[in-house]
Design a protein around this ligand. Structure first.
Ligand code: AMO
Length: 432
């Protein structure tokens, strides 16, 4: 149906015949001169019809067009320095492929603002906006970069189940489902599975998987369905053995975006600073001291609130790790430090004032793991399928999880994580 996308039509093609297909972004009727802006995924192009010059059928097609209808346009490329992109199309034929009703549920041109709810309710139309399309092109690029980085380092991609019988991160926040005659849950993290794989010899794995969390908070940074990027690696000496990969992949993703998608970043007004490695590391206790010096008092053992993450970002102006967290605060599988078990080898990576990722070196000793479960009030019997993998040779290992929505929110400097999901799932939204 098309020979070119709008972005392929340059002034060098002057005089050639091309066929384009896309949506009617705007029509301007100046009497004898009619301008049509045709939009496709590569951008927009002006189609200029002149009475007396352009074929009469093509002219009358323009007269009856409604905005957002789908068209096929064949015509001659003409270099036109004043037109957007420096070219226009002089049409020889215009065919209406699918007409759009009026009024539209949403303005695509950006002239009329719509609130996020209206936009999400009409997402098929919202994603026609070039800036919104840019977010999803960047999302695809982030996933491409993530895969490329880990495949290049000898990791393999595994696909754990999404239906599970036991909580991976503790008891709450699970969505129960009816699984034939018993209860099951939607997976909140592939945590237990990626750890069990460490006992198999497939000692470097990565995962891309939707995870589901029944977290009741309805905030600009929380979703109930998250697309999680997980990594697990065995034969590490300490948590640095996987933090190095986390900072490496962050740098790789940012560089790839800067190299491959400058147009999309520009559309969103997002500049990417590729960080130098190693990233800054700060211990939890030191972060608390620093925040206290900056008038934000946090009790030892409490999480660092979003306000604190933003403050640290202001102070460091670069992505940073927080390490050495109190053991009591972190998931049961986080390995307490041998010399000071009050602290564990868990870490968070924060970027642009948002927690992007968290991870840890894990407990790999079976009995210590049983104790850790009990100390969190969890029943080891419910974890028997997992504990078993720790009884027959489990090497030291660690890993992390990175929410793709959070990294995009940071990179694109968005104020709401929902912007990065086509059809987000939150406390109130399961439709469309
Ligand atoms: P955690 O629960 O910290 O760790 O999740 C890892 C990362 O996932 C993202 N994330 C979210 N994003 C949007 N909405 C949410 N509700 C949400 N919850 C989490 C964040 C977060 O840093 N199993 C561990 C990882 C590990 O240790 O390997 C885990 O899931 O970016």
């Amino acid at each position: 149906m098309r020979t070119h996308y709008s972005g392929d039509v340059s002034p060098e093609l002057d005089g050639e015949t091309v066929t384009l297909a896309g949506w009617v972004h705007e029509v301007r009727d100046l009497g004898k001169l009619k301008f049509l802006v045709l939009r496709d995924r590569a951008g927009m192009i002006q189609v200029t019809a002149k009475e007396g010059v352009t074929d009469a059928k093509a002219i009358s097609a323009v007269d009856s067009l409604s905005r957002e209808s789908v068209l096929q346009v064949t015509g001659l490329v003409k270099s036109a320095p004043k037109a957007p992109g420096g070219v226009e199309i002089n049409p020889t034929s215009i065919s209406l492929i699918a007409s759009a009703q009026s009024p539209l549920p949403l303005d695509v041109t950006g002239k009329v603002d719509s609130d996020l709810d209206t936009r999400l309710n009409n997402r098929f139309m919202d994603v026609r906006k070039p800036q919104v399309q840019a977010i999803f092109k960047l999302r695809s690029k982030v996933l491409e970069a993530y895969r490329e980085f880990f495949l290049g380092r000898g990791f393999i991609e595994i696909n754990p189940p999404s239906i599970i019988a036991a909580a991976s991160e503790g008891g709450t926040n699970l969505f129960p489902i009816t699984y034939f005659e018993r209860e099951a849950f939607l997976c909140q993290s592939p945590q237990l599975y990626k750890q069990m794989i460490m006992s198999t010899g497939l000692d470097r794995v990565f995962i891309t998987q939707p995870v589901f969390r029944a977290e009741p908070h309805n905030t600009p940074r929380h979703l109930n369905e998250i697309f999680m990027l997980d990594v697990e690696k065995a034969f590490i000496e300490d948590e640095e053995g996987v933090m190095e990969e986390l900072e490496g992949v962050l740098q790789y993703i940012l560089k790839k975006l800067a190299d491959d998608t400058p147009g999309e970043l520009e559309l969103l007004g997002a500049e990417v600073d590729v960080p130098k490695l190693p990233l800054k590391r700060i211990d939890y206790d030191d972060a608390l001291d620093l925040l206290a010096e900056n008038n934000l008092k946090i009790e030892w053992g409490e999480d660092i609130p979003p306000e604190g993450e933003r403050k640290l970002h202001e102070l460091f102006n670069a992505p940073y790790f927080i390490k050495r967290w109190p053991t009591q605060m972190r998931a049961f599988y986080s390995r307490p430090l041998d010399d000071e078990p009050r602290y564990c080898s868990a870490f968070d990576l924060d970027f642009m004032g948002l927690e992007l990722s968290s991870g840890a070196q894990r407990i790999h000793d079976h009995d210590q793991l049983v104790e850790a479960l009990e100390s969190k009030g969890l029943n080891p019997e419910n974890f028997e399928f997992y504990l078993k993998a720790f009884r027959y040779g489990m090497p030291p290992h660690g890993g992390w999880g990175l929410g793709v929505e959070r990294i995009l929110t940071s990179i694109c400097k968005l104020t709401n994580v929902r912007e990065t999901v086509l059809w987000p799932r939150d406390r109130h939204r399961i439709e469309p």
